[in-house]
Design a protein around this ligand. Structure first.
Ligand SMILES: [Zn+2]
Length: 269
């Protein structure tokens, strides 16, 4: 069984400030350790469920050379491999090879979500809202659509309670989730202790992978229209001459393609 751990930093227990997730800030090194140990819990759970290959992919844009490069390699479970990419959603090799399930660890809610800890969609400042065929989605939707492009189901989502609810609403009641903190606001939360969060993630990953038949495979629909409402009109100007992308109003861009993946590549990659 091949398992892909798709990781973000904002949804980790103990993390609720930008200071802990932005490269160069005083709290970043603490955040990296909390992050890596939650990923290790998922890796342990995957191997306990019978995984033979586990690949961890960091999807957190920490800034500069730390973007998609925040986990602490020396602390990572030696049985796992890990991917450092230059652009988020760029690496698809493991999915293309045929991946049995994905575990989404450390996820956060979409931009504007009430109580969503460190909530945003792609950019914490430049993106207001994202829709796939008229359905508003956050980053879990993007990761799920990426996996779904190659038929890989989402076995588990972890993060705060807000992203767990958002994920069930998008992917359906068959989705398994685990909240490691309750959002109180964008920068406040009631957390599980990191030790308890890791125990529960390990168990949840193991149990979810023992029941992957019920894990949802997400398809936003075909053809697929992706709409991004940006914060300001100058954010949209950079898309004016981009192939496949149209401006539908001064700060909204749109791309339509036969498959989600092609529309996403037009908008983002
Ligand atoms: Zn992130």
């Amino acid at each position: 069984m091949k398992v892909f751990v798709i990781a973000d930093m904002e949804g980790v227990a103990g993390i609720c400030r930008w200071d802990q997730v932005v490269a160069g800030k005083p709290g970043y090194e603490e955040g990296r350790i909390l992050y890596t140990e939650e990923l290790n819990a998922a890796v342990r759970g995957a191997f306990a469920a019978g995984a033979t290959d586990v690949v961890v992919m960091d999807c957190h844009g920490a800034g500069g050379d730390r973007s998609f490069n925040s986990l602490v390699p020396d602390l990572l479970d030696p049985r796992a491999e890990f991917v450092v990419q230059t652009r988020w959603t760029e690496y698809t090799g493991f999915l293309e090879q045929g991946c049995d399930a994905a575990l989404f660890i450390g996820q956060h809610a979409m931009a504007g979500a009430e109580r969503g800890v460190l909530s945003h969609t792609v950019s914490s400042t430049n993106w207001h809202a994202l829709q796939f065929n008229g359905v508003e989605v956050g980053e879990v939707g993007i990761n799920a659509a990426l996996c779904g492009t190659w038929g890989t189901p989402v076995a588990l989502v972890t993060g705060d309670d807000v992203v767990c609810d958002e994920s069930v609403e998008l992917l359906g009641p068959g989705l398994k989730t685990l909240a490691v903190k309750r959002g109180l606001g964008r920068f406040s939360a009631r957390h599980l202790s990191p030790a308890t969060a890791r125990e529960r993630i390990e168990a949840a990953a193991r149990d979810a992978l023992a029941d992957i038949e019920s894990a949802p495979v997400y398809d936003p629909g075909a053809p697929c229209t992706i709409e991004v409402e940006l914060a300001t009109s100058d954010d949209a100007d950079g898309y004016r001459h981009r192939a496949g992308v149209t401006l539908t109003d001064p700060r909204t861009i749109e791309a339509t393609a036969p498959r989600w993946w092609d529309a996403w590549r037009a908008v983002y990659l």
